[in-house]
Design a protein around this ligand. Sequence first.
Ligand SMILES: [Mg+2]
Length: 259
Amino acid sequence: MKDIKEITKEELDTIKIITFDIDGVIAPVGTIIKETIDEDSIDLYMESKKLSNKFIEDLNKLEKYVRLNFSSGRNILYLKTLTNQIFDKETILQAENGNITWVDNKITHPEYPDEYFNQLRDLKEKIKELKKTDQRIRGFEPKLFILTVHCEEMEEIPNLVKQVAGDDLYCLWTNEGYDIGSKLMSKGKAIEILARAMNISSKQIMTTGNNYNDAEMLQVGIGVTVDPKRVEAEYFINHKPDELGGELLVKFLLEYFEK
Ligand SMILES: [Mg+2]
């Protein structure tokens, strides 16, 4: 892995899109979910971090040179809200680990068979059953194409996924819970599809990330990891514990593009 400072002018000049992972890259981690389900109601409390005002200013400058893409395990509504201040027809959103892409003001997603949604539903029911007696499970984040359970790290969840779906589904630890979804789609595959649709090489898309669900997209694009101990990429960016790697990357890119 190379320090991002070693990237060449030639490489930087070919970049058309910068893809930002959100949690731990451009926003502090720490989403809080509390869900209570009883006979006749579902009460959901959710608290998420925002982008800093300074960072939004920097993104406004950066989008003069490249298109901005935000790729996250989170849902499309959250991504739209998070980026609303800078959102325009050039902004790209990829939600639910690559399952939903918003590009040129149009949303696309894969078609899954009933069997897939049934597996997610069975899993949700089984996890809800566990939640009744297990305080480690806090609730589910609203999603369309994947299942996200907020909980402590606990082997019961990956075990249930194996039991219900064998090897069909991934079950990735996110530091605040598990993302469960089809292995046919990932953030990396979504970057490949985006590159094809835009008629560019996936190596003209810079990707950032800090976690297991970013591993593939970091390899597919010009990857910049902000957590090289956890996930590898061609480049890494050094940052102090109280700094966000994505914010530093934008500063670095602006210094280059504005010259
Ligand atoms: Mg992340």
